[in-house]
Write a protein that binds this ligand. Structure first.
Ligand SMILES: Nc1ncnc2c1ncn2[C@@H]1O[C@H](COP(=O)(O)OP(=O)(O)OP(=O)(O)O)[C@@H](O)[C@H]1O
Ligand SMILES: [Mg+2]
Length: 318
Protein backbone atom coordinates (compact mmCIF):
# COMPACT_ATOMS: atom_id res chain seq x y z
CA UNK A 1 0.00 0.00 0.00
CA UNK A 2 1.17 3.48 -0.83
CA UNK A 3 1.10 4.65 2.76
CA UNK A 4 3.97 2.30 3.72
CA UNK A 5 6.19 4.04 1.16
CA UNK A 6 5.38 7.37 2.75
CA UNK A 7 6.02 5.91 6.19
CA UNK A 8 9.47 4.90 4.94
CA UNK A 9 10.02 8.40 3.65
CA UNK A 10 8.97 9.79 7.02
CA UNK A 11 11.38 7.41 8.80
CA UNK A 12 14.12 8.56 6.44
CA UNK A 13 13.42 12.21 7.21
CA UNK A 14 13.34 11.50 10.94
CA UNK A 15 16.64 9.62 10.76
CA UNK A 16 18.26 12.58 9.00
CA UNK A 17 16.64 15.38 10.96
CA UNK A 18 16.64 14.38 14.59
CA UNK A 19 14.07 15.59 17.07
CA UNK A 20 12.15 17.84 14.64
CA UNK A 21 9.11 15.63 14.12
CA UNK A 22 6.77 18.60 13.63
CA UNK A 23 8.92 19.86 10.79
CA UNK A 24 9.31 16.50 9.06
CA UNK A 25 5.62 15.66 9.43
CA UNK A 26 4.60 19.07 8.11
CA UNK A 27 6.85 18.61 5.09
CA UNK A 28 5.08 15.34 4.30
CA UNK A 29 1.64 16.86 4.84
CA UNK A 30 2.54 19.77 2.53
CA UNK A 31 3.74 17.28 -0.08
CA UNK A 32 0.51 15.26 0.20
CA UNK A 33 -1.81 18.27 0.40
CA UNK A 34 -0.01 20.04 -2.44
CA UNK A 35 0.81 23.17 -0.47
CA UNK A 36 3.73 25.31 0.67
CA UNK A 37 5.42 25.70 4.03
CA UNK A 38 6.68 28.68 5.97
CA UNK A 39 9.19 27.66 8.62
CA UNK A 40 10.17 30.02 11.38
CA UNK A 41 13.04 29.41 13.74
CA UNK A 42 16.60 30.33 14.62
CA UNK A 43 19.44 29.47 12.20
CA UNK A 44 21.16 26.10 12.09
CA UNK A 45 18.14 23.94 12.91
CA UNK A 46 18.44 21.62 9.89
CA UNK A 47 15.98 23.38 7.60
CA UNK A 48 18.26 22.98 4.59
CA UNK A 49 19.04 19.47 5.71
CA UNK A 50 15.34 18.59 5.87
CA UNK A 51 14.62 19.68 2.28
CA UNK A 52 17.77 17.90 1.15
CA UNK A 53 16.59 14.71 2.84
CA UNK A 54 13.21 15.05 1.14
CA UNK A 55 14.81 15.46 -2.27
CA UNK A 56 16.85 12.28 -1.57
CA UNK A 57 13.63 10.41 -0.89
CA UNK A 58 11.52 11.48 -3.86
CA UNK A 59 12.04 11.83 -7.56
CA UNK A 60 12.42 15.58 -7.60
CA UNK A 61 14.98 18.26 -8.20
CA UNK A 62 15.85 20.75 -5.55
CA UNK A 63 17.08 24.32 -5.54
CA UNK A 64 17.88 26.75 -2.76
CA UNK A 65 17.56 30.51 -3.10
CA UNK A 66 18.98 32.88 -0.53
CA UNK A 67 16.80 35.98 -0.26
CA UNK A 68 18.80 39.22 0.08
CA UNK A 69 17.87 42.91 -0.10
CA UNK A 70 19.29 43.21 -3.64
CA UNK A 71 17.43 40.19 -5.09
CA UNK A 72 15.22 40.99 -8.10
CA UNK A 73 12.01 39.23 -9.19
CA UNK A 74 13.77 38.08 -12.38
CA UNK A 75 16.37 36.33 -10.22
CA UNK A 76 13.55 34.00 -9.17
CA UNK A 77 11.39 33.74 -12.24
CA UNK A 78 13.97 33.88 -15.00
CA UNK A 79 14.27 36.35 -17.79
CA UNK A 80 14.38 36.80 -21.57
CA UNK A 81 17.95 36.78 -22.78
CA UNK A 82 19.01 38.23 -26.13
CA UNK A 83 20.86 35.86 -28.43
CA UNK A 84 22.84 37.94 -30.97
CA UNK A 85 23.46 34.88 -33.20
CA UNK A 86 19.76 34.49 -33.94
CA UNK A 87 18.62 38.00 -33.09
CA UNK A 88 16.01 36.48 -30.79
CA UNK A 89 15.12 36.56 -27.13
CA UNK A 90 15.23 33.19 -25.38
CA UNK A 91 13.62 32.61 -21.99
CA UNK A 92 16.12 31.52 -19.40
CA UNK A 93 14.26 29.74 -16.58
CA UNK A 94 14.91 30.95 -13.06
CA UNK A 95 15.33 28.88 -9.90
CA UNK A 96 11.57 28.63 -9.30
CA UNK A 97 11.42 26.02 -12.08
CA UNK A 98 12.28 23.19 -9.70
CA UNK A 99 10.15 20.68 -7.81
CA UNK A 100 11.44 21.63 -4.37
CA UNK A 101 12.41 25.22 -3.72
CA UNK A 102 13.96 26.32 -0.46
CA UNK A 103 13.47 30.08 -0.15
CA UNK A 104 15.81 31.01 2.66
CA UNK A 105 15.19 34.11 4.79
CA UNK A 106 12.27 35.26 2.71
CA UNK A 107 11.83 38.40 4.82
CA UNK A 108 15.22 39.77 3.81
CA UNK A 109 14.04 40.54 0.26
CA UNK A 110 11.83 43.50 -0.64
CA UNK A 111 8.10 43.22 -1.29
CA UNK A 112 8.25 42.88 -5.08
CA UNK A 113 10.48 39.82 -4.82
CA UNK A 114 8.29 38.27 -2.14
CA UNK A 115 5.21 38.81 -4.24
CA UNK A 116 6.88 37.23 -7.29
CA UNK A 117 7.43 34.13 -5.17
CA UNK A 118 3.95 34.15 -3.65
CA UNK A 119 2.31 34.68 -7.01
CA UNK A 120 4.23 31.74 -8.47
CA UNK A 121 3.17 29.64 -5.46
CA UNK A 122 -0.49 30.41 -5.96
CA UNK A 123 -0.71 30.52 -9.77
CA UNK A 124 1.80 27.72 -10.42
CA UNK A 125 2.95 29.59 -13.45
CA UNK A 126 5.22 32.44 -14.32
CA UNK A 127 4.57 35.21 -16.79
CA UNK A 128 7.50 37.01 -18.35
CA UNK A 129 6.71 39.53 -21.06
CA UNK A 130 3.75 38.11 -22.96
CA UNK A 131 4.45 34.47 -22.34
CA UNK A 132 3.27 32.28 -19.50
CA UNK A 133 5.34 29.31 -18.44
CA UNK A 134 3.85 26.55 -16.27
CA UNK A 135 5.81 25.47 -13.21
CA UNK A 136 6.40 21.74 -12.61
CA UNK A 137 3.34 19.78 -11.47
CA UNK A 138 5.15 18.84 -8.30
CA UNK A 139 6.04 22.23 -6.85
CA UNK A 140 6.68 22.72 -3.16
CA UNK A 141 8.15 25.86 -1.68
CA UNK A 142 9.60 25.83 1.79
CA UNK A 143 10.29 29.39 2.85
CA UNK A 144 12.22 30.19 6.00
CA UNK A 145 12.05 33.17 8.29
CA UNK A 146 14.40 34.02 11.11
CA UNK A 147 12.70 35.56 14.15
CA UNK A 148 15.99 36.84 15.61
CA UNK A 149 16.67 39.25 12.83
CA UNK A 150 14.07 41.97 12.71
CA UNK A 151 16.15 44.95 11.66
CA UNK A 152 16.37 45.66 7.95
CA UNK A 153 13.82 42.97 7.15
CA UNK A 154 10.56 43.15 5.28
CA UNK A 155 7.84 41.27 7.15
CA UNK A 156 5.43 39.46 4.86
CA UNK A 157 2.03 41.14 4.65
CA UNK A 158 -0.76 39.12 6.28
CA UNK A 159 -2.55 38.70 2.97
CA UNK A 160 0.49 36.92 1.59
CA UNK A 161 0.98 34.70 4.62
CA UNK A 162 -2.40 33.21 3.80
CA UNK A 163 -0.82 31.62 0.71
CA UNK A 164 1.16 29.25 2.90
CA UNK A 165 -0.62 26.02 3.70
CA UNK A 166 1.18 25.80 7.03
CA UNK A 167 3.38 27.91 9.27
CA UNK A 168 5.70 25.76 11.33
CA UNK A 169 7.65 26.95 14.35
CA UNK A 170 10.85 25.15 15.25
CA UNK A 171 13.10 25.57 18.24
CA UNK A 172 16.42 24.40 19.65
CA UNK A 173 16.62 20.71 20.59
CA UNK A 174 17.21 19.46 24.13
CA UNK A 175 20.51 18.04 25.40
CA UNK A 176 19.80 14.40 24.47
CA UNK A 177 18.83 15.31 20.92
CA UNK A 178 21.82 17.60 20.62
CA UNK A 179 24.08 14.68 21.51
CA UNK A 180 22.42 12.49 18.87
CA UNK A 181 22.90 15.23 16.25
CA UNK A 182 26.55 15.52 17.19
CA UNK A 183 27.09 11.77 16.80
CA UNK A 184 25.13 11.50 13.56
CA UNK A 185 26.94 14.34 11.82
CA UNK A 186 30.31 13.15 13.12
CA UNK A 187 29.56 9.71 11.64
CA UNK A 188 28.67 11.32 8.32
CA UNK A 189 31.98 13.16 8.19
CA UNK A 190 33.76 9.81 8.15
CA UNK A 191 31.48 7.74 5.94
CA UNK A 192 28.99 8.60 3.20
CA UNK A 193 25.49 9.11 4.59
CA UNK A 194 22.95 6.34 4.11
CA UNK A 195 20.69 7.05 1.16
CA UNK A 196 17.09 5.91 0.97
CA UNK A 197 16.87 3.05 -1.54
CA UNK A 198 13.46 3.38 -3.17
CA UNK A 199 12.73 6.90 -4.26
CA UNK A 200 9.04 7.78 -4.36
CA UNK A 201 8.07 8.67 -7.90
CA UNK A 202 5.89 11.64 -8.80
CA UNK A 203 3.29 9.10 -9.92
CA UNK A 204 3.27 7.63 -6.38
CA UNK A 205 2.77 11.10 -4.97
CA UNK A 206 -0.09 11.85 -7.36
CA UNK A 207 -1.78 8.54 -6.48
CA UNK A 208 -1.47 9.30 -2.78
CA UNK A 209 -2.93 12.77 -3.31
CA UNK A 210 -5.90 11.29 -5.12
CA UNK A 211 -6.41 8.69 -2.37
CA UNK A 212 -6.41 11.46 0.19
CA UNK A 213 -8.97 13.57 -1.65
CA UNK A 214 -11.22 10.51 -1.89
CA UNK A 215 -11.17 9.82 1.84
CA UNK A 216 -14.42 10.03 3.71
CA UNK A 217 -15.12 13.15 5.71
CA UNK A 218 -18.33 13.05 7.73
CA UNK A 219 -20.79 15.91 7.80
CA UNK A 220 -20.19 16.42 11.50
CA UNK A 221 -16.44 16.75 10.89
CA UNK A 222 -17.09 19.30 8.15
CA UNK A 223 -19.20 21.24 10.64
CA UNK A 224 -16.42 21.04 13.23
CA UNK A 225 -13.89 22.49 10.76
CA UNK A 226 -16.25 25.30 9.79
CA UNK A 227 -17.03 26.08 13.43
CA UNK A 228 -13.32 26.38 14.25
CA UNK A 229 -12.95 28.94 11.47
CA UNK A 230 -16.11 30.76 12.54
CA UNK A 231 -14.73 31.04 16.06
CA UNK A 232 -11.82 33.06 14.62
CA UNK A 233 -14.23 35.36 12.76
CA UNK A 234 -16.96 35.78 15.35
CA UNK A 235 -15.06 35.17 18.59
CA UNK A 236 -17.58 37.12 20.69
CA UNK A 237 -19.95 34.16 20.44
CA UNK A 238 -17.38 32.00 22.25
CA UNK A 239 -15.70 34.03 24.95
CA UNK A 240 -14.96 37.62 25.93
CA UNK A 241 -11.23 37.08 25.97
CA UNK A 242 -11.26 35.60 22.46
CA UNK A 243 -13.20 38.61 21.25
CA UNK A 244 -10.60 40.92 22.77
CA UNK A 245 -7.64 39.01 21.37
CA UNK A 246 -8.66 38.48 17.73
CA UNK A 247 -8.62 41.41 15.36
CA UNK A 248 -9.22 39.57 12.08
CA UNK A 249 -10.12 35.92 11.60
CA UNK A 250 -9.17 33.27 9.07
CA UNK A 251 -10.16 33.23 5.39
CA UNK A 252 -11.92 30.50 3.36
CA UNK A 253 -8.45 29.48 2.20
CA UNK A 254 -7.84 28.53 5.82
CA UNK A 255 -10.96 26.32 5.88
CA UNK A 256 -9.83 24.48 2.77
CA UNK A 257 -6.28 24.15 4.10
CA UNK A 258 -7.50 22.82 7.45
CA UNK A 259 -9.51 20.08 5.79
CA UNK A 260 -6.76 19.09 3.39
CA UNK A 261 -4.09 18.93 6.07
CA UNK A 262 -6.38 16.93 8.35
CA UNK A 263 -6.97 14.48 5.47
CA UNK A 264 -3.25 14.08 4.86
CA UNK A 265 -2.67 13.64 8.59
CA UNK A 266 -5.30 10.88 8.81
CA UNK A 267 -3.95 9.15 5.71
CA UNK A 268 -0.40 9.16 7.07
CA UNK A 269 -1.79 7.54 10.23
CA UNK A 270 -3.07 4.73 8.01
CA UNK A 271 -6.78 5.52 8.37
CA UNK A 272 -9.39 5.92 5.65
CA UNK A 273 -11.51 8.47 7.48
CA UNK A 274 -10.71 11.80 9.09
CA UNK A 275 -11.29 12.29 12.83
CA UNK A 276 -11.40 15.40 15.05
CA UNK A 277 -7.93 14.38 16.32
CA UNK A 278 -6.52 14.95 12.84
CA UNK A 279 -7.97 18.45 12.72
CA UNK A 280 -6.65 19.20 16.19
CA UNK A 281 -3.20 17.90 15.28
CA UNK A 282 -2.79 20.33 12.40
CA UNK A 283 -4.88 23.31 13.44
CA UNK A 284 -2.06 25.34 15.02
CA UNK A 285 0.19 25.05 11.98
CA UNK A 286 -2.66 25.79 9.58
CA UNK A 287 -4.15 28.79 11.38
CA UNK A 288 -1.25 30.34 13.31
CA UNK A 289 -0.33 32.77 10.54
CA UNK A 290 -3.86 33.49 9.39
CA UNK A 291 -5.36 35.23 12.38
CA UNK A 292 -4.42 38.76 13.26
CA UNK A 293 -4.21 39.50 16.95
CA UNK A 294 -5.27 42.73 18.60
CA UNK A 295 -2.97 45.13 20.39
CA UNK A 296 -4.55 43.97 23.58
CA UNK A 297 -3.46 40.37 22.93
CA UNK A 298 0.05 41.57 22.26
CA UNK A 299 0.02 43.69 25.41
CA UNK A 300 -1.12 40.67 27.43
CA UNK A 301 1.57 38.51 25.84
CA UNK A 302 -1.04 36.27 24.23
CA UNK A 303 0.16 34.63 21.01
CA UNK A 304 -1.68 32.80 18.24
CA UNK A 305 -0.96 29.43 19.84
CA UNK A 306 -2.76 30.42 23.01
CA UNK A 307 -5.71 31.81 21.03
CA UNK A 308 -5.96 28.53 19.12
CA UNK A 309 -5.78 26.49 22.33
CA UNK A 310 -8.69 28.55 23.64
CA UNK A 311 -10.67 28.00 20.43
CA UNK A 312 -10.08 24.24 20.61
CA UNK A 313 -11.31 24.24 24.19
CA UNK A 314 -14.48 26.19 23.35
CA UNK A 315 -15.65 24.72 20.03
CA UNK A 316 -17.51 21.43 20.63
CA UNK A 317 -15.99 18.44 18.78
CA UNK A 318 -17.91 16.69 16.08
N1 LIG B 1 17.91 18.08 14.06
C1 LIG B 1 19.05 17.87 13.41
N2 LIG B 1 19.36 16.65 12.92
C2 LIG B 1 20.53 16.44 12.28
N3 LIG B 1 21.44 17.39 12.03
C3 LIG B 1 21.19 18.62 12.49
C4 LIG B 1 19.98 18.92 13.20
N4 LIG B 1 19.99 20.23 13.53
C5 LIG B 1 21.14 20.72 13.04
N5 LIG B 1 21.86 19.78 12.40
C6 LIG B 1 23.17 19.97 11.78
O1 LIG B 1 23.48 21.34 11.94
C7 LIG B 1 24.02 21.90 10.76
C8 LIG B 1 23.13 23.01 10.23
O2 LIG B 1 22.02 22.46 9.51
P1 LIG B 1 21.35 23.21 8.27
O3 LIG B 1 22.36 23.84 7.44
O4 LIG B 1 20.40 22.27 7.64
O5 LIG B 1 20.54 24.31 9.10
P2 LIG B 1 19.62 25.48 8.56
O6 LIG B 1 18.42 25.49 9.44
O7 LIG B 1 19.40 25.35 7.10
O8 LIG B 1 20.53 26.72 8.89
P3 LIG B 1 20.40 28.23 8.30
O9 LIG B 1 19.24 28.85 9.03
O10 LIG B 1 21.70 28.84 8.71
O11 LIG B 1 20.20 28.11 6.84
C9 LIG B 1 24.19 20.75 9.80
O12 LIG B 1 25.49 20.25 9.91
C10 LIG B 1 23.19 19.73 10.29
O13 LIG B 1 23.61 18.43 9.98
MG1 LIG C 1 19.87 26.68 5.59
Amino acid sequence: MAVTQFKQLQAHLDSQVIGQATLTQSILIALLADGHLLVEGPPGLAKTRAVNALSDGIEADFHRVQFTPDLLPADLTGTDIYRPETGQFIFQKGPLFHNLVLADEINRAPAKVQSALLEAMAERQITVGNTTYPLPELFLVMATQNPLEQEGTYPLPEAQLDRFLMHVEIDYPGADTELEILRLTRGEAIKTPSKIVDKLSQLDINKARLDIMNMHVSESLETYIVQLIMATRKPAGYSDSLAQWIEIGASPRATIALERCARAHAWLAGRDFVAPDDVQAVVHNVLRHRIILSYQAQAEGVNANKVLDEILALVPTA
